[in-house]
Ligand binder design. Structure first.
Ligand SMILES: C[S@@+](CC[C@H](N)C(=O)[O-])C[C@H]1O[C@@H](n2cnc3c(N)ncnc32)[C@H](O)[C@@H]1O
Length: 319
């Protein structure tokens, strides 16, 4: 739906007389965002005051980045600037957070792979996943829009094979638990996520639920076929680049059911063909149109070994 996008990564550029804040032209400078028919108005309303505060920061000498997430607790901001934040900059950002009702502002240097730090916190930071209250780390991954998230979760749950409550679901690329918490209502979830902050956020919120979460870089250390074979099924939701380092182990395991959530049809094609070579066939596919007015598409695909039934559903309009 229009005006529901809750996550955006903007570029900031100092120019004479102020700061441009918007999206990059393809291989070019950012274009100042003066209107947006996709972004949630609560995030769009922050852009004008953000331009003013960014222009006042000594730490923004040329280029910066502004990642905005709209959590259940309100906007969450992660800034990256080209120079260290000074004490005066921190005071300005704290005043901005109070004035704009922003629970948290974080900062990191644009140089290297600097870790983000909190520079202002005016209240708790919360996001609800299936009744669990998660406090996501700065810059956390969220599905692009709430209705997109609902459609993805619904499609994943609908694609589950018949499970008993003891069955283990291996969940790879779990993020902050978008799928982890709903899946835990159907089986025991052994989740893996590369981002230590995201996996810690799930761990803090999972008390009393049938969830184990491990911080693991599945690119360097994929879950091995032997470990996967202990699970009843595998649910994976890899990044845009796909699951190339992991898919061979899934193919080599004795898993029968795989549910693959994909935001990149090209990466999916490569990974699906590895599964196909290993005897998996397409069981169902749901297309979720969560990237409104773009050619990007999200899909939820169930694969099964030892089955030839094919069904097709969707597209589910959610963007
Ligand atoms: C498309 S997101 C899905 C997250 C979650 N399933 C959700 O719906 O919010 C992909 C996730 O993969 C994680 N990730 C990226 N590369 C990874 C790697 N090499 N090993 C493990 N996790 C990785 C990211 O941190 C991110 O949380």
């Amino acid at each position: 739906m229009p005006l529901t996008r809750r996550r955006i990564d903007l570029a900031a550029k100092r120019v004479s007389g102020g700061v441009i804040l918007g999206l990059h032209r393809r291989q070019g400078d950012p274009v100042d965002m003066t209107e947006c028919h996709i972004l949630d108005p609560r995030l769009f309303a922050l852009l004008a005051p953000l331009r003013i505060v960014l222009a006042s920061l000594g730490a923004l000498t040329a280029d910066g980045d502004v990642l905005l997430n709209l959590l259940d607790s309100g906007p969450d901001i992660l800034l990256a600037t080209d120079v260290e934040l000074g004490a005066a900059d921190r005071t300005k950002l704290a005043a901005f957070a109070r004035a704009q009702g922003v629970p948290r502002i974080g900062w990191r240097s644009r140089r290297g792979r600097a870790v983000a730090e909190i520079v202002a916190q005016t209240g708790p930071v919360r996001q609800n996943f299936a009744g669990a209250s998660v406090s996501p780390p700065l810059g956390a991954f969220l599905q692009a829009a709430p209705d997109g998230e609902r459609a993805i979760v619904k499609a994943v749950i609908a694609a589950l094979p018949k499970l008993n409550r003891r069955d283990v679901i291996a969940e790879l690329y779990a993020g902050c638990g978008t799928l982890t918490f709903p899946l835990a209502e159907h089986g025991r979830v052994c989740a893996f996520e590369g981002d230590a902050g995201a996996s810690a956020a799930v761990r803090r919120a999972m008390a009393g639920r049938r969830i184990e979460i491990t911080a693991r870089d599945l690119g360097r250390q994929p879950l091995m076929s032997k470990e996967l074979s202990d699970a009843r099924l595998c649910v994976l939701d890899p990044p845009y680049s796909g699951a190339a380092p992991q898919i061979g182990e899934i193919a080599a395991s004795s898993l029968r059911d795989v549910i693959y959530v994909s935001c990149n049809p090209q990466a999916l094609e490569a990974d699906a063909s590895r599964l196909h070579q290993a005897g998996f066939t397409l069981e169902s596919i749901t297309v979720v149109d969560q990237f409104l007015w773009s050619t990007e598409v999200e899909s939820v695909i169930a694969f099964r070994r030892g089955s030839s039934r094919r069904t097709r559903s969707g597209p589910s309009r959610s963007g």
